[in-house]
Design a protein around this ligand. Sequence first.
Ligand code: GDP
Ligand code: MG
Length: 503
Amino acid sequence: MEGHGRPARMVLAELGGSISRALARMSSATVVDESVLRECLNEIARALMQSDVRFKTVCDLQANIRKTVNLEALAAGTNKRRIIETSVGKELCKMLDTGKPAFVPKKGKPNVVMFVGLQGSGKTTTCTKYAHYHQRKGFKPSLVCADTFRAGAFDQLKQNATKAKIPFYGSYMESDPVKIAVEGLEKFRQEKSDLIIIDTSGRHMQEAALFEEMRQVAEATKPDLVIFVMDGSIGQAAFDQAQAFKQSASVGAVIVTKLDGHAKGGGALSAVAATKSPVIFIGTGEHIDDFDVFNVEPFVARLLGRGDLPGLIDKMESIVPADQQSELVAKLSEGAFTLRLLYEQFQNLLKMGPMSQIFSMLPGFSSELMPKGQEKQSKEKFKRYMTIMDSMTPAELDSTNPKLMTESRIIRVARGSGRKVKDVMEMLEEYKRLAKMWSKLNVSKLIPPNGKMSAQAIQKMLKVMPPQVVQQMGGKSGLEALLKQLGGGKDTSKMLAGMRGGA
Ligand code: GDP
Ligand code: MG
């Protein structure tokens, strides 16, 4: 799109922003007539093409929406906006859906997963992310480096694995990837690893040797799942690449990487979908937590500004260690919101990646609500507050008595942390405000007594909800609105059912 003088970088969040803006503009029109609909669809088409979705796909999508939405035939009084929105959502889902679920590892069984892809696509990074993700879910993952082609491949995997505390296997001497793969498999089967991940080497697509090696490793290890890792910044070219791999190995799922800040993300996703290989995760950065589960419906819901609560819960769960979750909800239910708790939440929040990303997962919110500069600003603020708290005593951190922090204590903390007294006061004010909010927000009452899925979901969400996010959601009233939106007893996937045209 550079040729059109538009900024080349258009992240997926921006694509979502454009689509929901188009829908919102239509909603604000007094009458939804032919021209309003046409303008809305054109805007959506432009947004999709800017993110590199194929022209033909965009045309089909537009035509299908037009087919389902016959403005004239709609009786007066029917909600045309809703019908259009539903249709847009349904068509976007259709564009990204392969209709085929991927293999999901089951705990307690020696699942074997092999990673394939071109050199530099992000295999080694993604292997570790994948292992780490499952480790958080209670699996016992392990990593095998069957890349003997690239010098330093084993060192890289070793480094990643060590950092994430995941057992690994590899060799500096052995040059046969098949042998290493088999040995690693053997070793980790004996150690009762229930998710053995095999990283392979990647080269260029033209090299027949790449495919041959891949085939041999697969034959020797009989993986339950072969994951094809693809660089998402290649846009429409993704289709050919995915297809080439699909033909050479029994690719069961795809992970699209580098979807952080790339113009072509939409193109990659729709192209992969066209090969009928389900995308299971997307990589959104170099950090181990820059990894999101990919499901079509919640993803589209996010694009349309409808949020993705299950995704948000999943993300939070994968960051707050399981053993801390129940502790946190217990403390919050008691209203014991201490400075230590705040500190831990800041830590979680900093680990969670871009706030704007989290924003797009909240219904009714969009990443655009977070001004660009503010993202950095709030992270700096969290870090500043944490430095101050580092100079506090355990008793101060665990206290629930707001009067404990006397002037002399404040002066001591300011000195210890090298900050101004004013900064310490500001941090304490912020803390008090949040503590007050939490004490008013009776966590156990927020959960509707009859709600099944949604009650669990909300409970889970609150368990791990960083205060800053709650605050951004408008505190208590915001959460209550959210509860209403969830409509006690229905989970978000039911809310989305309308989009699928069922309901
Ligand atoms: P491999 O050759 O397929 O094993 O690829 P690597 O895992 O070594 O990754 C190649 C480069 O891409 C490294 O610099 C990674 O840090 C980077 N990378 C991997 N995944 C992502 C991602 O999702 N986002 C970004 N920005 N970089 C990534
Ligand atoms: Mg590698």
